[in-house]
Design a protein. Structure first.
Lengths: 509, 141
Protein backbone atom coordinates (compact mmCIF):
# COMPACT_ATOMS: atom_id res chain seq x y z
CA UNK A 1 0.00 0.00 0.00
CA UNK A 2 1.39 3.39 -0.95
CA UNK A 3 1.26 6.09 1.72
CA UNK A 4 -1.39 8.72 1.09
CA UNK A 5 0.06 11.96 -0.24
CA UNK A 6 0.89 14.69 2.25
CA UNK A 7 -1.78 17.37 2.48
CA UNK A 8 -0.33 20.85 2.32
CA UNK A 9 -2.43 23.90 3.14
CA UNK A 10 -1.50 27.22 1.57
CA UNK A 11 -3.56 30.39 1.53
CA UNK A 12 -5.03 31.80 -1.65
CA UNK A 13 -5.64 35.18 -0.06
CA UNK A 14 -4.56 38.08 -2.31
CA UNK A 15 -1.74 38.95 0.08
CA UNK A 16 -0.37 35.41 0.00
CA UNK A 17 -0.63 35.44 -3.79
CA UNK A 18 1.24 38.74 -3.93
CA UNK A 19 3.98 37.11 -1.85
CA UNK A 20 4.22 34.16 -4.24
CA UNK A 21 1.84 31.55 -2.81
CA UNK A 22 0.87 30.15 -6.21
CA UNK A 23 4.46 29.28 -7.02
CA UNK A 24 4.88 27.51 -3.68
CA UNK A 25 1.61 25.63 -4.15
CA UNK A 26 2.67 24.51 -7.62
CA UNK A 27 6.01 23.28 -6.28
CA UNK A 28 4.28 21.18 -3.59
CA UNK A 29 1.88 19.77 -6.16
CA UNK A 30 4.84 18.87 -8.39
CA UNK A 31 6.39 17.08 -5.39
CA UNK A 32 3.32 14.85 -5.22
CA UNK A 33 1.50 16.57 -2.37
CA UNK A 34 -2.21 17.30 -2.19
CA UNK A 35 -2.52 21.07 -1.96
CA UNK A 36 -5.51 22.68 -0.26
CA UNK A 37 -5.99 26.40 -0.73
CA UNK A 38 -7.30 27.87 2.49
CA UNK A 39 -7.84 31.33 3.94
CA UNK A 40 -4.96 33.22 5.53
CA UNK A 41 -4.10 32.95 9.21
CA UNK A 42 -3.25 36.64 9.09
CA UNK A 43 0.43 36.32 10.00
CA UNK A 44 1.54 38.31 7.03
CA UNK A 45 5.26 38.35 7.66
CA UNK A 46 5.17 34.56 7.31
CA UNK A 47 3.27 34.49 4.00
CA UNK A 48 3.34 32.36 2.00
CA UNK A 49 2.72 30.21 5.07
CA UNK A 50 2.69 26.46 4.50
CA UNK A 51 0.76 24.22 6.89
CA UNK A 52 1.32 20.49 7.13
CA UNK A 53 -0.51 18.63 9.92
CA UNK A 54 -0.91 21.85 11.88
CA UNK A 55 2.77 22.77 11.65
CA UNK A 56 3.73 25.97 9.90
CA UNK A 57 6.61 26.93 7.61
CA UNK A 58 7.13 30.42 6.29
CA UNK A 59 7.79 32.59 4.50
CA UNK A 60 8.15 29.76 2.01
CA UNK A 61 9.54 29.81 -1.50
CA UNK A 62 9.51 27.00 -4.07
CA UNK A 63 13.14 26.34 -3.13
CA UNK A 64 12.08 25.43 0.42
CA UNK A 65 9.76 22.60 -0.61
CA UNK A 66 12.26 19.74 -0.32
CA UNK A 67 13.50 20.83 3.10
CA UNK A 68 9.96 21.33 4.40
CA UNK A 69 8.96 17.83 3.30
CA UNK A 70 12.19 16.38 4.77
CA UNK A 71 11.53 18.08 8.05
CA UNK A 72 14.83 19.96 7.85
CA UNK A 73 13.50 23.38 6.95
CA UNK A 74 14.83 26.36 8.87
CA UNK A 75 11.52 28.10 8.22
CA UNK A 76 9.55 25.95 10.65
CA UNK A 77 7.47 28.04 13.05
CA UNK A 78 5.94 25.19 15.05
CA UNK A 79 2.26 24.55 15.58
CA UNK A 80 0.43 27.48 13.99
CA UNK A 81 -2.54 27.49 16.36
CA UNK A 82 -0.11 27.76 19.31
CA UNK A 83 1.93 30.58 17.78
CA UNK A 84 1.91 33.51 20.24
CA UNK A 85 0.45 35.79 17.55
CA UNK A 86 -2.54 33.47 17.11
CA UNK A 87 -2.87 32.12 20.66
CA UNK A 88 -3.05 35.66 22.09
CA UNK A 89 -6.09 36.59 20.01
CA UNK A 90 -9.80 36.26 20.63
CA UNK A 91 -11.04 35.41 17.20
CA UNK A 92 -14.79 35.52 16.72
CA UNK A 93 -15.21 37.20 13.33
CA UNK A 94 -12.01 35.57 12.08
CA UNK A 95 -12.53 32.24 13.83
CA UNK A 96 -12.16 30.39 10.52
CA UNK A 97 -9.10 32.28 9.30
CA UNK A 98 -6.50 29.80 8.13
CA UNK A 99 -8.71 26.85 8.96
CA UNK A 100 -11.18 26.54 6.07
CA UNK A 101 -11.31 26.65 2.31
CA UNK A 102 -13.04 29.97 1.55
CA UNK A 103 -15.60 28.75 -0.96
CA UNK A 104 -16.22 25.30 0.49
CA UNK A 105 -19.76 25.06 1.79
CA UNK A 106 -18.80 21.78 3.46
CA UNK A 107 -16.01 23.45 5.44
CA UNK A 108 -18.35 26.28 6.36
CA UNK A 109 -21.06 23.99 7.67
CA UNK A 110 -18.53 21.82 9.52
CA UNK A 111 -17.33 24.90 11.40
CA UNK A 112 -20.76 26.06 12.55
CA UNK A 113 -21.83 27.86 9.40
CA UNK A 114 -25.51 28.82 9.03
CA UNK A 115 -26.15 28.11 12.75
CA UNK A 116 -26.81 31.78 13.45
CA UNK A 117 -29.12 32.06 10.46
CA UNK A 118 -31.05 28.92 11.33
CA UNK A 119 -31.58 30.19 14.85
CA UNK A 120 -32.48 33.69 13.65
CA UNK A 121 -35.06 32.33 11.22
CA UNK A 122 -36.76 30.52 14.08
CA UNK A 123 -37.04 33.84 15.89
CA UNK A 124 -39.19 36.86 15.13
CA UNK A 125 -37.58 39.94 13.63
CA UNK A 126 -38.09 41.77 16.92
CA UNK A 127 -36.24 39.07 18.84
CA UNK A 128 -33.30 39.25 16.44
CA UNK A 129 -33.18 43.02 16.84
CA UNK A 130 -33.19 42.66 20.61
CA UNK A 131 -30.22 40.29 20.51
CA UNK A 132 -28.19 42.48 18.16
CA UNK A 133 -28.86 45.50 20.37
CA UNK A 134 -28.00 43.53 23.52
CA UNK A 135 -24.68 42.42 22.05
CA UNK A 136 -23.55 46.05 22.00
CA UNK A 137 -22.23 45.65 18.45
CA UNK A 138 -21.25 48.98 16.94
CA UNK A 139 -20.58 49.71 13.29
CA UNK A 140 -17.06 48.67 12.42
CA UNK A 141 -16.73 51.02 9.46
CA UNK A 142 -15.48 53.86 11.61
CA UNK A 143 -18.38 55.80 13.04
CA UNK A 144 -19.18 53.17 15.66
CA UNK A 145 -22.94 53.62 15.48
CA UNK A 146 -24.86 50.91 17.37
CA UNK A 147 -25.93 48.32 14.79
CA UNK A 148 -29.08 47.31 16.66
CA UNK A 149 -30.45 50.86 16.67
CA UNK A 150 -29.75 51.28 12.97
CA UNK A 151 -31.53 48.02 12.16
CA UNK A 152 -34.45 48.95 14.40
CA UNK A 153 -34.86 52.22 12.50
CA UNK A 154 -34.98 50.37 9.18
CA UNK A 155 -37.36 47.75 10.57
CA UNK A 156 -39.72 50.46 11.84
CA UNK A 157 -39.57 52.50 8.63
CA UNK A 158 -42.68 52.29 6.49
CA UNK A 159 -42.43 50.60 3.11
CA UNK A 160 -42.22 47.11 1.71
CA UNK A 161 -39.08 47.58 -0.36
CA UNK A 162 -35.99 47.63 1.84
CA UNK A 163 -32.32 46.91 1.25
CA UNK A 164 -29.28 45.60 3.06
CA UNK A 165 -26.10 47.13 1.69
CA UNK A 166 -22.67 45.95 2.72
CA UNK A 167 -20.01 48.61 2.58
CA UNK A 168 -16.93 46.78 1.31
CA UNK A 169 -15.25 49.85 -0.14
CA UNK A 170 -12.25 49.44 2.12
CA UNK A 171 -10.12 52.29 0.82
CA UNK A 172 -8.25 53.22 3.99
CA UNK A 173 -4.56 52.57 3.78
CA UNK A 174 -3.47 50.28 6.59
CA UNK A 175 -6.69 48.28 6.56
CA UNK A 176 -7.28 44.90 4.99
CA UNK A 177 -9.65 43.09 7.35
CA UNK A 178 -12.62 43.47 5.00
CA UNK A 179 -10.58 42.06 2.16
CA UNK A 180 -9.40 39.12 4.26
CA UNK A 181 -12.92 38.40 5.44
CA UNK A 182 -14.41 38.53 1.94
CA UNK A 183 -11.66 36.37 0.51
CA UNK A 184 -11.31 34.04 3.45
CA UNK A 185 -14.82 33.57 4.81
CA UNK A 186 -17.33 34.98 2.32
CA UNK A 187 -20.20 32.79 3.55
CA UNK A 188 -20.04 34.42 6.97
CA UNK A 189 -20.61 37.85 5.45
CA UNK A 190 -23.47 36.46 3.36
CA UNK A 191 -25.01 34.84 6.45
CA UNK A 192 -24.78 38.14 8.34
CA UNK A 193 -26.55 39.93 5.51
CA UNK A 194 -29.36 37.37 5.40
CA UNK A 195 -29.88 37.73 9.14
CA UNK A 196 -30.00 41.51 8.74
CA UNK A 197 -32.53 41.13 5.95
CA UNK A 198 -34.67 38.87 8.13
CA UNK A 199 -34.53 41.39 10.97
CA UNK A 200 -35.49 44.44 8.91
CA UNK A 201 -37.62 42.85 6.19
CA UNK A 202 -35.33 43.42 3.22
CA UNK A 203 -35.52 41.44 -0.02
CA UNK A 204 -32.36 42.49 -1.81
CA UNK A 205 -28.78 42.96 -0.70
CA UNK A 206 -25.81 44.57 -2.35
CA UNK A 207 -22.14 44.23 -1.52
CA UNK A 208 -20.26 47.25 -2.81
CA UNK A 209 -16.62 46.21 -3.30
CA UNK A 210 -13.83 48.45 -4.51
CA UNK A 211 -12.39 47.60 -7.92
CA UNK A 212 -8.91 47.31 -6.38
CA UNK A 213 -10.01 43.98 -4.85
CA UNK A 214 -10.53 41.65 -7.85
CA UNK A 215 -9.87 38.52 -5.78
CA UNK A 216 -12.48 39.45 -3.20
CA UNK A 217 -15.00 40.12 -5.96
CA UNK A 218 -14.37 36.70 -7.51
CA UNK A 219 -14.67 34.88 -4.17
CA UNK A 220 -17.88 36.70 -3.27
CA UNK A 221 -19.49 35.96 -6.60
CA UNK A 222 -18.58 32.29 -6.29
CA UNK A 223 -19.85 32.12 -2.71
CA UNK A 224 -23.14 33.88 -3.51
CA UNK A 225 -23.83 31.40 -6.31
CA UNK A 226 -23.09 28.44 -4.01
CA UNK A 227 -25.17 29.84 -1.16
CA UNK A 228 -28.19 30.83 -3.28
CA UNK A 229 -30.47 28.13 -1.89
CA UNK A 230 -29.45 28.82 1.71
CA UNK A 231 -30.27 32.49 1.46
CA UNK A 232 -33.40 32.38 -0.75
CA UNK A 233 -35.68 34.25 -1.13
CA UNK A 234 -33.15 36.94 -0.24
CA UNK A 235 -30.85 37.91 -3.10
CA UNK A 236 -27.37 39.38 -2.97
CA UNK A 237 -25.47 41.05 -5.76
CA UNK A 238 -21.90 42.32 -5.84
CA UNK A 239 -21.42 45.85 -7.17
CA UNK A 240 -17.96 46.99 -8.11
CA UNK A 241 -16.69 50.46 -7.31
CA UNK A 242 -14.71 52.49 -9.79
CA UNK A 243 -11.72 53.87 -7.95
CA UNK A 244 -13.34 56.59 -5.86
CA UNK A 245 -12.21 56.59 -2.22
CA UNK A 246 -15.16 58.74 -1.16
CA UNK A 247 -17.58 55.96 -2.12
CA UNK A 248 -16.69 54.36 1.22
CA UNK A 249 -18.92 57.06 2.70
CA UNK A 250 -22.34 55.46 2.95
CA UNK A 251 -24.47 58.01 1.09
CA UNK A 252 -21.89 58.37 -1.65
CA UNK A 253 -21.83 54.57 -1.91
CA UNK A 254 -25.61 54.48 -2.33
CA UNK A 255 -25.40 57.07 -5.11
CA UNK A 256 -22.75 54.97 -6.78
CA UNK A 257 -24.91 51.84 -6.72
CA UNK A 258 -27.74 53.89 -8.17
CA UNK A 259 -25.45 54.77 -11.08
CA UNK A 260 -24.75 58.34 -10.10
CA UNK A 261 -21.64 60.33 -9.33
CA UNK A 262 -20.35 59.23 -5.95
CA UNK A 263 -21.26 62.48 -4.28
CA UNK A 264 -22.12 62.61 -0.63
CA UNK A 265 -25.75 63.27 0.31
CA UNK A 266 -26.70 65.62 3.09
CA UNK A 267 -28.14 63.90 6.15
CA UNK A 268 -30.97 63.85 7.14
CA UNK A 269 -32.67 61.93 5.66
CA UNK A 270 -30.77 59.02 7.13
CA UNK A 271 -30.16 56.08 4.78
CA UNK A 272 -32.07 53.98 7.31
CA UNK A 273 -35.18 55.90 6.26
CA UNK A 274 -34.36 57.03 2.72
CA UNK A 275 -31.40 55.06 1.44
CA UNK A 276 -30.91 53.10 -1.75
CA UNK A 277 -33.41 54.26 -4.42
CA UNK A 278 -35.10 56.23 -1.63
CA UNK A 279 -36.01 53.08 0.33
CA UNK A 280 -35.12 52.22 3.93
CA UNK A 281 -31.64 50.72 3.85
CA UNK A 282 -29.25 49.09 6.28
CA UNK A 283 -25.72 50.12 5.37
CA UNK A 284 -23.13 48.25 7.41
CA UNK A 285 -19.45 47.55 7.05
CA UNK A 286 -18.19 44.03 6.21
CA UNK A 287 -16.92 43.42 9.73
CA UNK A 288 -20.19 44.52 11.31
CA UNK A 289 -22.25 42.11 9.21
CA UNK A 290 -19.67 39.34 9.58
CA UNK A 291 -19.92 39.60 13.38
CA UNK A 292 -23.66 38.89 13.23
CA UNK A 293 -23.68 35.08 12.72
CA UNK A 294 -21.65 34.66 15.92
CA UNK A 295 -23.93 37.03 17.85
CA UNK A 296 -27.03 35.16 16.70
CA UNK A 297 -25.62 31.77 17.61
CA UNK A 298 -26.78 30.33 20.94
CA UNK A 299 -25.49 32.58 23.74
CA UNK A 300 -23.49 34.64 21.24
CA UNK A 301 -24.94 38.03 22.10
CA UNK A 302 -24.20 37.70 25.81
CA UNK A 303 -20.65 36.50 25.12
CA UNK A 304 -20.09 39.39 22.74
CA UNK A 305 -21.37 41.92 25.25
CA UNK A 306 -19.14 40.46 27.97
CA UNK A 307 -16.01 41.33 25.95
CA UNK A 308 -14.47 44.72 25.58
CA UNK A 309 -14.55 47.85 27.72
CA UNK A 310 -17.13 50.45 28.60
CA UNK A 311 -19.32 51.08 25.53
CA UNK A 312 -16.92 49.40 23.09
CA UNK A 313 -18.18 45.83 23.21
CA UNK A 314 -16.95 42.67 21.62
CA UNK A 315 -13.84 42.18 19.54
CA UNK A 316 -12.16 44.33 16.94
CA UNK A 317 -10.14 42.88 14.08
CA UNK A 318 -7.11 45.15 14.29
CA UNK A 319 -4.82 45.41 11.31
CA UNK A 320 -1.11 45.85 11.97
CA UNK A 321 0.40 47.49 8.92
CA UNK A 322 3.12 49.71 7.57
CA UNK A 323 6.62 49.53 8.96
CA UNK A 324 5.98 46.74 11.46
CA UNK A 325 7.95 43.56 11.96
CA UNK A 326 5.01 41.23 12.58
CA UNK A 327 2.21 42.70 10.53
CA UNK A 328 -1.15 41.08 10.03
CA UNK A 329 -4.59 40.63 11.44
CA UNK A 330 -5.02 40.70 15.21
CA UNK A 331 -8.57 40.26 16.49
CA UNK A 332 -8.97 40.97 20.16
CA UNK A 333 -11.36 42.47 22.66
CA UNK A 334 -11.45 46.26 22.90
CA UNK A 335 -9.17 47.81 25.49
CA UNK A 336 -5.76 46.66 24.27
CA UNK A 337 -3.08 49.36 24.26
CA UNK A 338 -1.06 50.56 21.29
CA UNK A 339 2.11 49.63 23.14
CA UNK A 340 0.95 46.01 23.28
CA UNK A 341 -0.09 46.06 19.65
CA UNK A 342 2.96 47.74 18.18
CA UNK A 343 5.80 46.65 20.43
CA UNK A 344 4.81 43.40 22.11
CA UNK A 345 2.72 41.79 19.37
CA UNK A 346 4.02 43.61 16.33
CA UNK A 347 7.67 43.39 17.41
CA UNK A 348 8.43 47.04 16.62
CA UNK A 349 9.36 48.29 13.18
CA UNK A 350 10.33 46.11 10.23
CA UNK A 351 13.30 48.38 9.60
CA UNK A 352 14.56 47.90 13.15
CA UNK A 353 14.61 51.65 13.76
CA UNK A 354 12.69 53.32 16.59
CA UNK A 355 8.94 53.86 16.17
CA UNK A 356 8.16 57.49 15.48
CA UNK A 357 4.41 57.47 14.97
CA UNK A 358 1.44 55.27 14.32
CA UNK A 359 -1.60 56.31 12.36
CA UNK A 360 -4.72 54.62 13.64
CA UNK A 361 -7.84 54.59 11.49
CA UNK A 362 -6.55 55.09 7.97
CA UNK A 363 -5.81 58.28 6.04
CA UNK A 364 -8.27 60.25 8.17
CA UNK A 365 -6.90 59.04 11.49
CA UNK A 366 -4.61 60.92 13.85
CA UNK A 367 -0.87 60.29 14.12
CA UNK A 368 -0.12 59.10 17.62
CA UNK A 369 3.37 59.42 19.22
CA UNK A 370 4.88 56.67 21.41
CA UNK A 371 4.21 58.87 24.44
CA UNK A 372 0.50 58.08 24.01
CA UNK A 373 0.88 54.34 23.45
CA UNK A 374 -0.94 53.67 26.72
CA UNK A 375 -4.23 54.61 25.01
CA UNK A 376 -6.69 51.73 25.24
CA UNK A 377 -8.34 50.66 21.97
CA UNK A 378 -11.78 52.09 22.68
CA UNK A 379 -14.00 54.43 20.63
CA UNK A 380 -14.51 56.92 23.46
CA UNK A 381 -10.91 56.97 24.71
CA UNK A 382 -9.71 57.78 21.20
CA UNK A 383 -12.28 60.52 20.76
CA UNK A 384 -11.07 62.14 23.98
CA UNK A 385 -7.50 62.02 22.65
CA UNK A 386 -8.57 63.72 19.36
CA UNK A 387 -8.02 60.48 17.48
CA UNK A 388 -10.21 57.80 15.98
CA UNK A 389 -10.28 54.06 15.71
CA UNK A 390 -11.87 54.11 12.30
CA UNK A 391 -11.68 50.70 10.70
CA UNK A 392 -8.99 49.47 13.09
CA UNK A 393 -5.93 49.95 10.90
CA UNK A 394 -2.67 50.65 12.72
CA UNK A 395 0.06 51.94 10.40
CA UNK A 396 3.52 52.17 11.95
CA UNK A 397 6.19 54.66 10.88
CA UNK A 398 9.85 54.59 11.91
CA UNK A 399 11.99 57.62 12.75
CA UNK A 400 12.82 58.28 9.11
CA UNK A 401 9.23 59.44 8.50
CA UNK A 402 8.76 63.14 7.77
CA UNK A 403 5.53 64.02 9.55
CA UNK A 404 5.30 67.35 7.79
CA UNK A 405 5.25 65.47 4.51
CA UNK A 406 2.61 63.10 5.89
CA UNK A 407 0.44 66.07 6.89
CA UNK A 408 0.83 67.49 3.41
CA UNK A 409 -0.08 64.08 1.96
CA UNK A 410 -3.28 64.02 4.01
CA UNK A 411 -4.39 67.25 2.34
CA UNK A 412 -3.22 66.07 -1.10
CA UNK A 413 -5.18 62.86 -0.72
CA UNK A 414 -8.27 64.76 0.38
CA UNK A 415 -7.94 67.08 -2.62
CA UNK A 416 -7.58 64.13 -5.01
CA UNK A 417 -10.47 62.17 -3.56
CA UNK A 418 -12.91 64.92 -2.60
CA UNK A 419 -16.26 64.41 -4.28
CA UNK A 420 -16.51 68.17 -4.70
CA UNK A 421 -19.94 68.65 -3.24
CA UNK A 422 -19.03 70.72 -0.18
CA UNK A 423 -16.67 73.69 -0.19
CA UNK A 424 -14.61 73.08 2.97
CA UNK A 425 -13.38 69.76 1.59
CA UNK A 426 -13.11 70.66 -2.10
CA UNK A 427 -11.28 73.96 -1.64
CA UNK A 428 -9.95 73.65 1.89
CA UNK A 429 -7.86 70.61 0.98
CA UNK A 430 -6.00 72.45 -1.78
CA UNK A 431 -5.53 75.55 0.37
CA UNK A 432 -4.20 73.21 3.04
CA UNK A 433 -1.51 71.82 0.73
CA UNK A 434 -0.43 75.37 -0.16
CA UNK A 435 -0.43 76.45 3.45
CA UNK A 436 1.70 73.54 4.61
CA UNK A 437 4.14 74.14 1.78
CA UNK A 438 4.38 77.76 2.87
CA UNK A 439 4.91 76.88 6.52
CA UNK A 440 7.53 74.30 5.67
CA UNK A 441 9.41 76.62 3.36
CA UNK A 442 9.78 79.27 6.04
CA UNK A 443 6.66 81.32 5.43
CA UNK A 444 5.83 84.06 3.05
CA UNK A 445 7.69 87.34 3.07
CA UNK A 446 6.40 90.70 1.91
CA UNK A 447 3.41 90.82 -0.47
CA UNK A 448 4.26 90.36 -4.14
CA UNK A 449 3.65 92.82 -6.95
CA UNK A 450 0.06 91.76 -7.55
CA UNK A 451 -0.87 91.68 -3.88
CA UNK A 452 0.54 95.19 -3.49
CA UNK A 453 -1.79 96.67 -6.13
CA UNK A 454 -4.27 99.13 -4.65
CA UNK A 455 -7.26 97.30 -6.16
CA UNK A 456 -6.29 94.12 -4.30
CA UNK A 457 -7.91 95.53 -1.22
CA UNK A 458 -8.52 92.15 0.36
CA UNK A 459 -4.90 91.04 0.02
CA UNK A 460 -2.76 91.16 3.09
CA UNK A 461 -0.27 94.02 2.93
CA UNK A 462 2.14 92.74 5.57
CA UNK A 463 3.98 89.42 5.52
CA UNK A 464 2.68 86.53 7.63
CA UNK A 465 4.65 85.27 10.57
CA UNK A 466 4.88 81.55 11.29
CA UNK A 467 2.42 82.06 14.13
CA UNK A 468 -0.02 83.71 11.70
CA UNK A 469 0.27 80.80 9.28
CA UNK A 470 -0.21 78.24 12.03
CA UNK A 471 -3.27 80.12 13.21
CA UNK A 472 -4.57 80.09 9.65
CA UNK A 473 -3.98 76.35 9.44
CA UNK A 474 -5.88 75.86 12.66
CA UNK A 475 -8.77 77.95 11.35
CA UNK A 476 -8.81 75.94 8.14
CA UNK A 477 -8.84 72.70 10.14
CA UNK A 478 -11.76 73.93 12.24
CA UNK A 479 -13.69 74.95 9.14
CA UNK A 480 -13.15 71.59 7.49
CA UNK A 481 -13.92 69.67 10.65
CA UNK A 482 -17.23 71.34 11.33
CA UNK A 483 -18.24 72.48 7.85
CA UNK A 484 -17.69 69.36 5.72
CA UNK A 485 -20.55 67.08 4.77
CA UNK A 486 -18.73 63.83 5.46
CA UNK A 487 -15.69 62.35 7.16
CA UNK A 488 -13.35 62.91 4.21
CA UNK A 489 -13.19 66.66 4.70
CA UNK A 490 -14.26 66.48 8.31
CA UNK A 491 -11.50 64.15 9.48
CA UNK A 492 -8.58 65.21 7.26
CA UNK A 493 -7.64 67.74 9.99
CA UNK A 494 -6.92 64.84 12.38
CA UNK A 495 -3.72 63.60 10.69
CA UNK A 496 -2.68 67.16 9.88
CA UNK A 497 -3.15 68.70 13.29
CA UNK A 498 -1.85 65.69 15.20
CA UNK A 499 1.33 65.71 13.10
CA UNK A 500 1.77 69.42 13.75
CA UNK A 501 1.09 69.06 17.45
CA UNK A 502 3.48 66.20 18.13
CA UNK A 503 6.22 66.83 15.56
CA UNK A 504 6.41 70.62 15.01
CA UNK A 505 10.08 70.18 14.11
CA UNK A 506 8.97 68.47 10.88
CA UNK A 507 7.19 71.64 9.83
CA UNK A 508 10.38 73.63 9.45
CA UNK A 509 10.44 75.09 12.92
CA UNK B 1 -13.22 53.32 -30.97
CA UNK B 2 -16.24 51.61 -29.53
CA UNK B 3 -18.24 49.20 -31.61
CA UNK B 4 -21.89 50.29 -31.36
CA UNK B 5 -23.25 46.78 -31.92
CA UNK B 6 -21.04 45.31 -29.18
CA UNK B 7 -21.92 48.17 -26.83
CA UNK B 8 -25.61 47.57 -27.51
CA UNK B 9 -25.13 43.97 -26.38
CA UNK B 10 -23.37 45.15 -23.22
CA UNK B 11 -26.19 47.54 -22.45
CA UNK B 12 -28.79 44.83 -23.04
CA UNK B 13 -26.89 42.50 -20.68
CA UNK B 14 -27.22 44.94 -17.79
CA UNK B 15 -30.29 47.05 -18.56
CA UNK B 16 -32.56 44.91 -16.38
CA UNK B 17 -30.50 45.55 -13.24
CA UNK B 18 -31.25 48.16 -10.62
CA UNK B 19 -28.86 51.04 -11.21
CA UNK B 20 -27.35 49.60 -14.40
CA UNK B 21 -25.04 52.49 -15.29
CA UNK B 22 -21.89 51.53 -13.38
CA UNK B 23 -21.95 47.87 -14.47
CA UNK B 24 -22.38 49.04 -18.08
CA UNK B 25 -19.51 51.51 -17.80
CA UNK B 26 -17.24 48.83 -16.31
CA UNK B 27 -18.10 46.42 -19.12
CA UNK B 28 -17.57 49.15 -21.72
CA UNK B 29 -14.19 50.12 -20.24
CA UNK B 30 -13.18 46.46 -20.20
CA UNK B 31 -14.30 45.80 -23.76
CA UNK B 32 -12.95 48.93 -25.42
CA UNK B 33 -10.34 50.24 -22.99
CA UNK B 34 -12.27 53.47 -22.60
CA UNK B 35 -15.66 55.12 -22.36
CA UNK B 36 -15.51 57.71 -25.11
CA UNK B 37 -18.00 60.38 -26.13
CA UNK B 38 -19.75 58.09 -28.63
CA UNK B 39 -20.21 55.43 -25.97
CA UNK B 40 -21.54 58.02 -23.52
CA UNK B 41 -24.11 59.14 -26.07
CA UNK B 42 -25.24 55.60 -26.86
CA UNK B 43 -25.50 54.63 -23.18
CA UNK B 44 -27.38 57.84 -22.38
CA UNK B 45 -29.92 57.17 -25.10
CA UNK B 46 -30.43 53.57 -24.03
CA UNK B 47 -30.94 54.44 -20.36
CA UNK B 48 -33.01 57.55 -21.06
CA UNK B 49 -30.45 59.80 -19.41
CA UNK B 50 -28.89 62.99 -20.70
CA UNK B 51 -25.38 62.82 -22.12
CA UNK B 52 -24.34 65.28 -19.43
CA UNK B 53 -25.52 62.92 -16.71
CA UNK B 54 -23.56 60.03 -18.16
CA UNK B 55 -20.49 62.18 -18.75
CA UNK B 56 -20.73 63.42 -15.17
CA UNK B 57 -20.57 59.86 -13.91
CA UNK B 58 -17.81 58.77 -16.29
CA UNK B 59 -15.61 61.72 -15.38
CA UNK B 60 -16.17 61.26 -11.65
CA UNK B 61 -14.59 57.82 -11.33
CA UNK B 62 -10.87 57.15 -11.77
CA UNK B 63 -11.51 53.76 -13.42
CA UNK B 64 -13.10 55.20 -16.57
CA UNK B 65 -10.96 56.89 -19.21
CA UNK B 66 -12.04 58.92 -22.25
CA UNK B 67 -9.46 57.36 -24.58
CA UNK B 68 -7.74 53.97 -24.61
CA UNK B 69 -4.14 53.75 -23.47
CA UNK B 70 -2.40 51.00 -25.43
CA UNK B 71 0.55 50.93 -23.03
CA UNK B 72 0.80 48.22 -20.38
CA UNK B 73 -0.05 49.54 -16.94
CA UNK B 74 1.64 49.04 -13.58
CA UNK B 75 -0.29 50.37 -10.60
CA UNK B 76 1.96 51.28 -7.70
CA UNK B 77 0.47 51.84 -4.26
CA UNK B 78 1.65 55.08 -2.70
CA UNK B 79 -0.71 55.30 0.26
CA UNK B 80 0.45 55.77 3.86
CA UNK B 81 1.27 52.17 4.73
CA UNK B 82 3.38 51.69 1.61
CA UNK B 83 4.99 55.09 2.26
CA UNK B 84 5.89 53.86 5.74
CA UNK B 85 7.58 50.92 4.05
CA UNK B 86 9.58 53.13 1.72
CA UNK B 87 7.72 53.25 -1.59
CA UNK B 88 8.59 56.89 -2.25
CA UNK B 89 12.28 56.01 -2.54
CA UNK B 90 11.44 53.62 -5.39
CA UNK B 91 9.32 55.96 -7.48
CA UNK B 92 12.11 57.70 -9.40
CA UNK B 93 13.68 54.42 -10.51
CA UNK B 94 10.29 53.01 -11.51
CA UNK B 95 9.49 56.13 -13.50
CA UNK B 96 12.87 55.88 -15.17
CA UNK B 97 12.22 52.28 -16.15
CA UNK B 98 8.69 53.03 -17.32
CA UNK B 99 9.62 56.01 -19.46
CA UNK B 100 6.89 56.58 -22.00
CA UNK B 101 6.51 52.87 -22.70
CA UNK B 102 4.74 51.71 -19.54
CA UNK B 103 1.89 53.56 -17.86
CA UNK B 104 3.05 53.77 -14.24
CA UNK B 105 -0.05 54.68 -12.27
CA UNK B 106 -0.48 55.59 -8.62
CA UNK B 107 -3.17 53.81 -6.62
CA UNK B 108 -4.14 54.38 -3.04
CA UNK B 109 -4.15 51.04 -1.31
CA UNK B 110 -4.29 47.50 -2.60
CA UNK B 111 -4.98 46.07 0.85
CA UNK B 112 -1.45 44.66 1.16
CA UNK B 113 -0.48 47.15 3.84
CA UNK B 114 1.69 44.84 5.94
CA UNK B 115 3.87 43.64 3.05
CA UNK B 116 4.33 46.76 0.92
CA UNK B 117 5.56 48.33 -1.23
CA UNK B 118 2.95 46.72 -3.43
CA UNK B 119 1.94 46.91 -7.07
CA UNK B 120 -0.73 45.51 -9.32
CA UNK B 121 -0.50 44.47 -12.97
CA UNK B 122 -3.92 43.45 -14.19
CA UNK B 123 -5.18 41.08 -11.51
CA UNK B 124 -1.67 39.95 -10.53
CA UNK B 125 -0.35 41.42 -7.28
CA UNK B 126 3.23 41.94 -6.21
CA UNK B 127 4.42 42.67 -2.68
CA UNK B 128 7.68 43.29 -0.76
CA UNK B 129 9.04 45.22 -3.71
CA UNK B 130 12.47 46.74 -3.53
CA UNK B 131 13.95 48.91 -6.24
CA UNK B 132 15.34 46.00 -8.26
CA UNK B 133 12.09 44.02 -8.08
CA UNK B 134 9.95 46.99 -9.05
CA UNK B 135 12.20 47.95 -11.96
CA UNK B 136 12.19 44.32 -13.13
CA UNK B 137 8.39 44.27 -12.88
CA UNK B 138 8.11 47.43 -14.98
CA UNK B 139 10.62 46.13 -17.52
CA UNK B 140 8.74 42.83 -17.82
CA UNK B 141 5.60 44.53 -19.13
Amino acid sequence: MTPSPTTVRISDDALALACGADGVAAAFAAAGCTVERVSSWGMHWLEPLVEIDGLGFGPATPADVTAILDGTSSKAVGRIADHPFIAGQQRLTFARAGRTRPTSLGDYIATGGWAGLTRARAMTAAEVLTEVTASGLRGRGGAGFPAGIKWQTVANAPGTRKYVVCNADEGDSGTFADRMLMEGDPFQLIEGMVIAAHAVGAGQGYIYVRSEYPHAIAKLNAAIALAAEHIAPFKIEVRVGAGAYVCGEETSLLNSIEGKRGEVRAKPPLPALEGLFGCPTVVNNVLTLAAIPHILSEGGAALYASLGVDRSKGTMPIQLAGNIKHGGLYETAFGITLDDLVNRIGGGTASGRPVKAVQVGGPLGAYIPPAQFHLPFDYEAYTVADALIGHGGVTVFDDSADMGAMARFAFTFCAAESCGKCTPCRIGSTRGVELIDRIRSGGKGAPDAVESLPQMHNARKAGRSRADDLQLLEDLAETMKFGSLCALGGFTPYPVMSALKHWPEDFGE
Amino acid sequence: MTDPARLAEIIADHAHREGPLLPILHACQRAFGCVDAAAEAQIAKALNLSRAEVHGVVSFYHDFTPAPDPRPAVELCRAEACQARGVEALVAAAQGAAGGRVNLKTVYCLGLCSVGPAARVGDALHARLDEAALVALVNAQ
